[in-house]
Design a protein around this ligand. Structure first.
Ligand code: ZN
Length: 210
């Protein structure tokens, strides 16, 4: 064996351990928890538009980005369903990402107009998936600690019902008026909700692991 072959073999052994050695030793203990964040709308699909021009996609993106930042603070990894944050991605491609990525849960963000200016966060869950139900309960509990009014609703939305991983949709119910949507656009409030949600995801992961 010449020196060159010897070095190649040494490097191969090193690489093998780098890729396979650690994971086989530590197994699931080092497994990361990853959240797939779906900003609901984007690109050519603006979602709902309020009288002042506020678009649902912009609101969803603001919350999705704040949530990503707070997940990072909790050492939770995340990926987005969208390649660039303000782009249109059909639902079947988002579901494919949920299937093919290593993400553990899917969180989708939306905002919808309601007749009264009731500032309520609605959580849509998959009634056929116990993990989706549990994730909803944990999110509800954390957001209620911050004095938000939370309602939970079983749904048949494809993004939730057909998701191969536990999924929950966050729907900010805003009044149809400008005042209604401005309530949810307060940066302090966005940060607070994102923080509560990230704490909930951490709790969900720790309790699901047991
Ligand atoms: Zn929507």
């Amino acid at each position: 064996m010449n020196l060159k072959n010897f070095i190649i073999i040494l490097l191969s052994i090193g690489l093998f351990h780098m890729f396979f050695g650690q994971s086989s030793v530590y197994g699931s203990e080092t497994k990361t928890f990853t959240v797939l964040i779906d900003p609901g709308h984007g690109g050519k699909d603006p979602g709902v538009i309020w009288p002042d021009g506020s678009m649902e996609k912009k609101i969803a993106i603001l919350y999705a980005q704040a949530f990503a930042k707070e997940l990072q603070n909790q050492n939770i990894s995340y990926i987005f369903t969208h390649v660039s944050v303000d782009s249109f991605v059909p639902i079947f491609l988002r579901l494919r990402k949920a299937k093919n990525s290593h993400a553990n849960v899917l969180i989708s963000f939306h905002a919808n107009p309601v007749s009264s200016d009731s500032n309520v966060i609605q959580l849509f869950l998959n009634p056929d998936d116990s993990s989706s139900q549990f994730l909803t309960q944990v999110l509800k509990a954390e957001l209620e600690k911050q004095n938000y009014t939370i309602i939970t609703t079983p749904c048949n939305f494809a993004i939730i019902k057909m998701s191969p991983i536990p999924a929950v949709m966050i729907n900010l119910r805003a009044g149809k008026s400008v005042k209604g949507i401005r309530y949810w656009l307060n940066p302090q409030l966005i940060g607070e909700i994102a923080r509560g949600m990230a704490r909930a995801l951490k709790r969900f992961w720790l309790e699901e692991k047991r």
